[in-house]
Ligand binder design. Sequence first.
Ligand code: FES
Ligand code: FES
Length: 169
Amino acid sequence: MKTMELRVTVNGQPREWVIAPGDLLLDVLRREGLFGVKRGCEKGECGSCTVLVDGQVVNSCLMFAAKVEGCEVLTIEGLADGGRLDPIQGAFLDHGAAQCGFCTPGMILAAKWLLDKNPHPSDAEVREAMAGVLCRCTGYIKPVEAVLAAARQPAKRATRKRRPAEVAP
Ligand code: FES
Ligand code: FES
């Protein structure tokens, strides 16, 4: 099988992985143990596989891994700072915004993308930003409330300390 080297920064760490040219980013990330990247529809429809590539929301099931050569990839595993949750993660906990949790990594990363570029979004802007991540438990209201709360209290959230929840494969 033909292979190639992939040099990429994942969650702040430089990585060198051997991949096949046709490998999808979703498959490579999960193969490397990043199980917070969820395998859902594999058609670009559910958003479960959402990651940020150079700060942009990407459905990793639709992107060849080779395309992220030299890029920075952020998955849910890279969001907490040691034992300190990202403000959005804390707000999801506070608001009970996860049910089974399958969609939660994608929702939180979509929210991070939004708050990074628009720290004070409206309710409608939050809903629009998260519309690409489907929740099969149909929990949409609490995630929106959580993102709005994270936007309202950045200073408080930045000082919170709590261990991140484990992300099941
Ligand atoms: S698994 Fe990628 S969008 Fe559904
Ligand atoms: S919390 Fe179950 S899929 Fe959204």
